[in-house]
Design a protein around this ligand. Structure first.
Ligand code: NAI
Length: 758
């Protein structure tokens, strides 16, 4: 027994174990779980055991979902969907409010269950996971209420399959289910195999609030159950998990026309500038990489610290790390709980071993008995070290230094991922400059790992696409309004081909170029070049070098596009002679239209947490690849290329294969315009083949196709995880072809958090 004076001396914590008897009683009453389908629990089938990772103790039996279970759940969701949508925004909002209230009423059960099943500290389940769960349902109840006015003309997608990971079981459920339901979809959700219990508790809450049967269905099981859901008759898959599985899902969905959003892995930079508040930055590391045992997709796992302060920073970090308490997740004073499963513990340790074998030094990070790993970091990590490139997904960061801001950005962006970044500097100028230059979907300035339902979350590059939270998140669960002018019934060519025989060239890097192979093919009115793979590469290279275009800003881009529009108008007669007056007129109108938009497609400042300025900023993707429509070669190309350009992207367009000669006139206009070389590149030839090569290119960040081989493009794009937009066919010469949706598809949202005040 310690004396009071000794306790005062050591400041040792006494144990403060959260009472788990109610949660255990809840589990004992149920014993084994079936799925939640059509508003009722099925009888348990073949089951597996779910365990408390901190003790290994069996918690419950959970059913391994089969293809038939998935089919039954999808059928229930399909049946329920029209009725759910027909309730209208207000009707659905009432259910979402009820869910929010009921999860609040059950917060203790949910928090304790989450900690038992996942191993995360109870402090985090209580203060972060469960409050955010309620927050998401409240926020999305609001979107449901406002749906008709805020998303006019849009409609639900139908049935959505949702696959979630084990690191934030309840929170990921909320991120997926709340927007889907608000938009009028019904869902089949598959929780991760390690952590299904809170999803099943949530199913009970759905029943408790009287949610119509089939609106939410939950099928438990492992990756095979997930794969069955991907192959089922759903209208969209929303996935959060590893990049490897995300890529597999993108490939599986190729050519199906089903929508997909992916929230994948990361290796997020945590940048400490020389003028940072180092004590605050050290707390930021705690919240970044030691929060949830580092099992966080957006964990600041690569600490980059300015050389000038690296010594002091590391000393503070070491001292703080030594004070973190690793132990029983149910203990209220535990900082670092259990890793979710022995498999994950082994994975973390094996990456750390590989990093050490490759020359890094591991500070802390010892494996402990059971599913515990002490917090730690790797130092002396070369850029090629596996510890630097692989997602460790455990409480181990890397620590490296830089000299200049440019070097910090180069290191930060030297990854295939692009989920998040945390930036520490007392200078607003420096911090916002870095925030603009880092290629990620979420930036936290002088803070880390903050989340809110109003703040869109999602990645760039191989961290996935789509957003969760806020208006952007809602849009990913809605179908765009159908084009007002359906595809033109008339054949593409409206005038006879002119008699003069003409030979056009490719347009690459701002100059007319012969195709690499030198071959030409006959088209109405003359000859067009047959582009090959080398031309595709050259075009992408030219586009990638046109970064200046994005940097010009909206006003300057608008001026260039207005000038282009004027020049097009001056050539309208020539253009009309080739494609007819309607399409020529449309081309000019489209050019003026998107010139007007260039400085007006705004982001938003959203109400996330009080005391935080949270800006959602539309940024260009970089290089966008286009497969233009076969009909209306001029209006079609401009309808796609100009919104992409207006938003600051560079474009490589595969032109209409059969009838591209009007583009020779367009190229002449481009040559006399101020558009920087490489901002727009035009290829002609075998369109499907060229499009597939373009879609596979690593430097192409997004792809739009308005015709041709959709499946081949999807498959090619899946390899490097780029979003593909299948642009619905329309009459490209109709003025209504020019919609705001084209601008939305031309940007990715960056959410920047900046706390204000001291
Ligand atoms: P995972 O990607 O295999 O699991 C995530 C979810 O996908 C689970 O529900 C799983 O059952 C399901 N799934 C697995 N294979 C599937 C398939 N073929 N089709 C459909 N669904 C499938 O991740 P895992 O194996 O649990 O963890 C491995 C690594 O992945 C971690 O160490 C970490 O690096 C990363 N990860 C990243 C997450 C993130 O939030 N970005 C979350 C979980 C894991």
């Amino acid at each position: 027994m310690s004396r009071v004076s000794e306790i005062m001396e050591s400041m040792e914590y006494g144990p403060g174990i959260e009472d788990s008897s109610a949660a255990r009683g809840w589990l004992a009453e149920r014993g084994a779980f079936g799925h939640f389908i059509a508003g009722a629990f099925t009888a348990p089938g073949t089951t597996f055991t779910t365990r408390d990772p901190s003790t290994g103790e069996a918690l419950a039996e959970v059913t391994q979902g089969t293809v038939d279970d998935i089919a039954a759940a999808v059928a229930a969701a399909r049946k329920a969907q029209p009725g759910w949508a027909a309730l209208g925004g207000h009707g659905r909002a009432r259910f979402l409010y009820a869910l929010a209230r009921h999860v609040q009423k059950r917060e203790r059960l949910l928090a304790v269950l989450e900690t038992l099943d996942n191993g995360k500290p109870i402090r985090e389940s209580k203060d972060i996971d469960v409050p955010l769960l309620a927050r998401h349902f409240y926020h999305h109840a609001g979107w449901a209420e406002l749906m008709e006015s805020q998303f006019p003309g849009m409609s639900p997608l139908g049935v959505v399959g949702q696959i979630i990971p084990w690191n934030f079981p309840l929170l990921m459920l909320a991120w997926k289910v709340a927007p889907a339901l608000a938009a009028g979809n019904t869902v089949v959700l598959k929780p991760a195999e390690y952590t299904a219990l809170t999803a099943l508790a949530f199913a009970e809450i759905c029943r408790e609030v009287g949610l119509p049967a089939g609106v939410v269905n939950i099928v438990t099981g492992d990756g095979a159950t997930g794969a069955a859901l991907v192959e089922a008759e759903v209208d969209k898959i929303a996935f959060t998990g590893s990049t490897e599985v995300g890529r597999l899902i993108a490939e599986m969905l190729s050519g199906t026309g089903r929508k997909l959003t992916l929230e994948l892995g990361g290796k997020s930079p945590f940048i400490v500038m020389p003028d940072a508040d180092l004590d605050a930055a050290v707390e930021g590391v705690v919240d970044s990489i030691w929060f949830n045992q580092g099992q966080v997709c957006c964990a600041g796992s690569r600490i980059l610290v300015a050389e000038a302060v690296a010594g002091r920073f590391e000393a503070l970090l070491k001292a703080r790390m030594a004070r973190l308490r690793v132990g029983a997740p149910l203990d209220k004073s535990t900082d670092v709980g259990a890793i979710v499963d022995p498999v994950q513990k082994d994975r973390i340790l094996s990456i750390c071993r590989a990093a050490v074998d490759a020359g890094a030094e591991l500070v802390g990070g010892q494996a402990q008995e059971g599913c515990f790993i002490a917090p730690g970091y790797l130092r002396g990590v070369a850029p090629t070290n596996p510890g630097m490139s692989q997602e460790i997904f455990g409480p181990i960061a890397t620590l490296s230094t830089f000299r200049t801001a440019d070097e910090a950005i180069e290191l930060a962006n030297n990854t295939r991922y692009g989920l998040a970044a945390s930036i520490w500097s007392e200078s607003a100028t420096v911090a916002t400059d870095l925030a603009a230059r880092v290629k990620v979907g979420v930036v936290w300035i002088n803070c880390a790992n903050l989340f809110d339902a109003a703040a869109p979350f999602g990645g760039y590059r191989e961290s996935g696409y789509g957003r969760e939270g806020g208006r952007a998140g809602m849009l990913d669960y809605l179908a765009d309004a159908a084009p007002e002018a359906p595809a033109a019934a008339a054949p593409a060519r409206q005038v006879a081909a002119p008699a003069i025989d003409r030979t056009m060239k490719l347009y690459l890097g701002g100059a007319q170029k012969r195709p690499d192979g030198g071959a030409m093919y006959a088209v109405p009115g003359g000859l067009a070049p047959v582009a090959g793979r080398k031309d595709v590469r050259n075009a992408v290279e030219a586009a990638a070098k046109a970064g200046k275009w994005a940097a010009m800003g909206g006003h300057a881009r608008a001026q260039v596009l207005y000038y282009l529009a004027e020049n097009l108008a001056a050539r309208a007669g020539d253009l009309a002679a080739r494609v007819g007056p309607a399409e020529a007129e449309a081309a000019v109108a489209i050019a003026f239209h998107f010139a007007a938009w260039a400085d007006k497609f705004d982001g938003a400042n959203v109400q996330a947490k009080p005391g935080h300025l949270v800006n959602v900023i539309p940024e260009p993707f970089g290089v966008i690849g286009l497969r233009c429509p076969d009909a209306q070669p001029l209006a079609g190309l401009l309808s796609l290329a100009l919104p992409a350009l207006a938003m600051g992207n560079a474009v490589v367009a595969v032109a209409a294969e059969a009838d591209p000669l009007v583009l020779a006139d367009l190229v002449q206009v481009l040559e006399t315009s101020d558009l920087p070389g490489g901002a727009l590149n035009i290829l002609t030839g075998p369109a499907d083949d060229l499009a597939a090569h373009l879609a596979a290119h690593e430097e192409v960040a997004a792809f739009w196709t308005a015709g041709g081989a959709g499946a081949a493009i999807d498959l090619a794009a899946a390899g490097s995880l780029k979003p593909v937009w299948h642009v619905p066919p329309r009459d490209w010469s109709a003025p209504v072809a020019q919609g705001e949706v084209f601008l939305r598809r031309a940007v990715q949202m960056k959410t920047v958090w900046l706390p204000y005040g001291a």
